[in-house]
Structures are given as structure tokens and as C-alpha cells.
Design a protein around this ligand. Structure first.
Ligand SMILES: Nc1ncnc2c1ncn2[C@@H]1O[C@H](COP(=O)(O)OP(=O)(O)OP(=O)(O)O)[C@@H](O)[C@H]1O
Ligand SMILES: [Mg+2]
Length: 293
């Protein structure tokens, strides 16, 4: 693990500084990685529905299904991709060739469903991905859906993203596994601050209570700051929509779960608007200093 951790840190330093920062700064793309410790807590549903919600609010969203073992974004949306992220890495296809269009015009790079074993990407493959990102046009928000559990691939995608959203449910098993993931992220010093979405709650209070409990433990033992990104109610229409292979925000726009997703996307957009405003303010301030200072 120590050697792997060392290699990973090198990889992170190289990639992030030379390429990822370049995309982010020059093209102003916001990259979010959605992860969880325990599987089945709702990551894919969060990604798909959040993507549609953000797109409807004017964002140009790309979903990357980064679970090379058991991809499922396409399954949830009832799509049948011909080229997947797996082909980008192993069959010389470009990201552009793999992009398909989903509901409301969101773009999707499907993973590789049915792969027998989880594949760990090497530095060259990571670098190819980063280079191809630079060339993608007409996208300002990237949501990366990841597989369950802690893997080198997951750590690379976390390092690659500006924001990490961890999905958990209030169940002790999900929380313990979320803590386990946060511990690895902290040990590898990949992120200082991470956001949490509490899924499948019976009410807002349970969500806040769950978050506060996790935050207290994390901030006591790890060097990571946890931020609350919002909650999603447990709602039968989520699984109904999955059965129909449709996004619940489209199938049931008035469902409580859909309203929760819309609040989360509001907050994501609101925050970046503030950031833009702050940046503009500081530019004005700097100019004033130049003129009068
Ligand atoms: N808010 C919710 N209300 C009710 N059911 C939900 C909710 N969120 C998720 N589910 C149920 O949990 C199932 C798993 O969700 P999803 O596939 O999004 O999890 P995941 O974290 O992506 O799983 P994996 O780790 O296998 O990729 C869904 O098919 C749905 O039935
Ligand atoms: Mg999933």
C-alpha cells in the first residue's frame, strides 16, 4: 500500500498540475466525483438525476461512468451504448466517439458493463483521459459516477476532481464504510474538504443528524473538513423509475426525491454564482488598488 500510495501521489501531482488544472482554468469546467464506501447507496441515481436537474438550469453536463467493472448509468437510463469508456482505454477509441446523448441533452460517456474484472488504469491511460478532456467542447460540468468500494481507480478519479460528493444512507454500515473511504482520502492527502449527500432518509432532521455524527467523527480523527451538500428522501418512486429505466426527476417531477435533487442542484449552482461574483469583485478591487494604490 505504501508503494502504491507513493506512486499515486506522484501521479496525482503530475496529472493535476500539468493537465487537469489546465482544463479547469482555461475552460472553466467544474468536475465532481460522486463516490461512496458501501455499494448500492444511490450514487448512480444521484448522478443521473442531478445531471438532468443541472442541465435544466442551464449547465452543460457530461456524466462519466467511471465504474469499469459494473457500469450502470446507461442501464438506469435505458440506453444501449456501442462504445464505452473501456474502449477508450483498451480499444483506441476517443472520448468523443464514446459520448452519447441522454435526456434533456445531457452527455454521457458510458462505462464498460460486463467486464469480468475491475481494471486498474495505468499512468499512460490516466494521461490519455486527461488530454482528451481538454479537447471536449460544450461542457461546463462533469459528474463522475464511480463504483463501490475503495480502489486505485477511485482514488485517481477523486484526485482528478475538484469536488468530491460522498453519498451515504443513515445506516451504520453505510456510515462506517463512508468513514473508511474518507480515511484513505485523508491518508493520501487527496482532498481537504469533501461534501456529503445523505440519501434514503425519512426526514430532514435524520439527514442532518446523520451528517453531524459523521462530521464529528471525521473531524476528530482525520484531516478532512466535511460539508453538507443536502439530502434525498427515501421514495418508492426512485425504484419505480429505475424499474422503468427512466430518471425519476423526469418521470416523477413532483416526487419528494425530485424536489430534494433540485435543492441540491440549486445549491451547487448558487455556490458557483457566488464564486463568480467574488472573483469579479476581487478583480474590481485589484484594479482599484492599481489605480489608486
Ligand atoms: N432515495 C431513494 N429512495 C428509494 N430507493 C432508493 C433511493 N436511492 C436509491 N434507491 C434504491 O437503491 C438502488 C441502488 O441505487 P444506485 O444504483 O443509484 O446505487 P449505487 O450507489 O450507484 O450502487 P453501486 O454501488 O452498485 O453502483 C436503486 O435501484 C433504488 O432501488
Ligand atoms: Mg452505481
Amino acid at each position: 500500500m505504501t508503494d502504491q500510495a507513493h506512486n499515486l501521489r506522484n501521479l496525482v501531482e503530475q496529472k493535476r498540475k500539468e493537465k487537469i488544472d489546465k482544463i479547469v482554468n482555461e475552460k472553466d469546467i467544474k468536475v465532481y466525483c460522486i463516490a461512496s464506501g458501501k455499494g448500492g447507496v444511490g450514487k448512480t441515481n444521484v448522478v443521473v438525476n442531478l445531471a438532468i436537474s443541472l442541465q435544466r438550469k442551464g449547465r452543460k453536463v457530461l456524466i462519466i461512468d467511471a465504474d469499469l467493472g459494473m457500469a450502470n448509468v446507461d442501464v438506469v437510463l435505458g440506453l444501449f451504448p456501442a462504445v464505452t469508456l473501456f474502449d477508450v482505454f483498451f480499444n483506441n477509441k476517443s472520448l468523443q466517439e464514446a459520448i452519447i446523448e441522454g435526456p434533456e441533452g445531457i452527455k454521457i460517456i458510458p462505462g464498460g458493463s460486463g467486464m469480468i474484472k475491475m481494471t486498474t488504469l495505468d499512468t499512460a491511460q490516466q494521461s490519455k483521459l486527461a488530454e482528451e478532456f481538454i479537447q471536449l467542447d460544450d461542457i461546463d460540468t462533469i459528474l463522475i459516477d464511480t463504483g463501490a468500494g475503495i480502489s486505485m481507480n477511485l482514488m485517481s478519479f477523486i484526485a482528478f476532481s475538484q469536488e468530491v460528493l460522498i453519498v451515504t444512507t443513515p445506516e451504520p454500515t453505510a456510515l462506517t464504510d463512508a468513514y473508511g473511504l474518507l480515511k484513505v482520502i485523508s491518508e493520501l492527502q487527496l482532498k481537504k474538504s469533501i461534501k456529503v449527500i445523505v440519501n434514503r432518509v425519512s426526514g430532514k432532521d435524520i439527514a442532518l443528524f446523520t451528517f453531524e455524527r459523521l462530521k464529528n467523527t471525521v473531524e476528530k480523527f482525520l484531516r478532512i473538513n466535511l460539508e453538507y451538500a443536502g439530502y434525498i428522501m427515501d421514495d418508492i418512486r426512485v425504484s419505480n423509475a429505475v424499474m422503468d429505466r427512466k430518471a425519476f426527476v423526469l418521470e416523477y417531477p413532483n416526487a419528494v426525491a425530485s424536489k430534494c435533487i433540485n435543492s441540491i442542484s440549486d445549491r451547487m449552482i448558487g455556490k458557483s454564482k457566488n464564486e463568480i461574483r467574488l472573483r469579479t469583485m476581487s478583480e474590481v478591487y485589484n484594479r482599484l488598488i492599481k489605480v489608486f494604490g
